[in-house]
Ligand binder design. Structure first.
Ligand code: NAD
Ligand code: LMR
Length: 333
């Protein structure tokens, strides 16, 4: 029995993500919450002949509480998306409050659920969830995840494109570490399963790194005011959710990249902190998953000089983003 819940289920990401979750035979209950339209989305999905029973609720009459009761995993794509000219940090003003309120609901009703945060800016919204859980005395760093899978999906696609082998994209795996915005997105191309051409020019290499870091901007620009990535994000969110569900079900050795607290690691992330040369509360790296959440945070491995520079550039921005989230809860709670 697995209950999956989507908060923000009527949105651009929420609807296709809910559809994908409805197709998963391991899910027995699917709870959908949004401030609009969830009864309609739930009625629509409920006609699909897969095992899960779908319930859609709105805020009145304890809708959030009802949906969250018994949740094993809660995915949060609630909040406003970017328009051209905006950074993800520009979303903080609105999304911080939304995520704080939803996190309060989860901490109260389903404190043991795995929480998967999609709402931007992820670098700050994940610390918000963590701080809210701390306030409620239910914080378990092993169960709170920032979803950075889209960066990894993009890296696979763009590397396959550079190699001129689009059909290989599903097999290309590139670790992407750091966080989820601009320079905090650090692709480790030297560790790609598929090596780049040995004669790749410095310009082409730099362009590839930049494309992975700023792939979200491409979509925001193309949508021209109608939002940001939704379909590719639903795909990525589903991919990560599936790994979480498989781990919950007891499958061993599942590894997924995610933005998590270093405290989620049994050794407190000390190996990673040593590699980074600094104390950072949250960082995205490959994470091994188990029935209780994070089992181990993988270290970064051997980085090239260029990759070390990218990590160095990411750290101060991550520190600022984390502090913004932590301070918000300290001041508004
Ligand atoms: P959207 O506007 O289409 O959908 C957001 C949904 O959230 C809407 O249906 C809205 O009604 C709902 N919502 C707002 N306040 C709510 C609340 N208090 N409780 C429940 N639901 C609420 O936006 P979208 O395109 O789906 O994007 C959602 C978020 O995901 C944005 O912040 C966006 O930046 C982010 N995002 C993250 C990634 C990532 O890689 N992590 C990728 C793409 C988008
Ligand atoms: C993305 O990477 O596509 C998302 O974070 C949405 C955005 O604002 O770019």
């Amino acid at each position: 029995m697995v209950k999956a819940v989507v908060l923000g289920a009527a949105g651009g990401i929420g609807q296709p993500l809910s559809l994908l979750l409805k197709t998963n035979p391991l899910i027995t209950q699917l709870g959908l919450f949004d401030i609009v339209n969830t009864p309609g989305v739930a009625a629509d999905l409920s006609h699909i002949a897969t095992p899960s029973v779908v319930v859609g609720r709105l805020p009145p009459n304890d809708g959030l509480k009802e949906v969250l009761t018994g949740a094993d995993l809660v995915v949060i794509p609630a909040g406003v998306p970017r328009k051209p000219g905006m950074t993800r940090d520009d979303l903080f003003k609105i999304n911080a409050g939304i995520v704080k309120d939803l996190a309060t609901g989860i901490a109260t009703v389903a404190p043991k659920a795995f929480v998967l945060v999609i709402s931007n800016p992820v670098n700050s919204t994940v610390p918000i969830v963590a701080e809210v859980f701390k306030k409620h005395g239910v914080y378990d760093p092993k169960r709170i995840f920032g979803v950075t899978t889209l960066d990894v999906v993009r890296a696979s696609t763009f590397v396959a494109e550079v190699l001129g082998k689009p059909a290989e994209a599903p097999n290309v795996v590139v670790p992407v570490i750091g966080g989820h915005s601009g320079v905090t997105i650090v692709p480790l191309l030297s560790q790609s399963t598929h090596a780049l051409p040995s004669d790749i020019s410095a310009d082409a290499y730099a362009a590839l790194v930049k494309r992975i870091q700023f792939g979200g901007d491409e979509v925001v620009k193309a949508k021209d005011g109608a939002g940001s990535a939704t379909l590719s994000m639903a795909y990525a969110g589903y991919e990560f959710s599936t790994k979480i569900i498989r781990a919950l079900k007891g499958e061993k050795g599942i590894i997924a990249p995610s933005y998590v607290s270093l405290k989620a690691d049994p050794a407190g992330g000390s190996a990673l902190a040593a590699e980074l040369g600094t104390e950072l509360e949250f960082f995205s790296s490959n994470v091994e998953l188990g029935t209780e959440g994070v089992v181990k945070i993988h270290s970064l491995g051997k980085l090239t000089a260029q990759e070390q520079e990218l990590v160095k550039a990411a750290i101060p921005e991550l520190q600022t983003n984390i502090k913004t989230g932590v301070t918000f809860v300290a001041e508004k709670y």
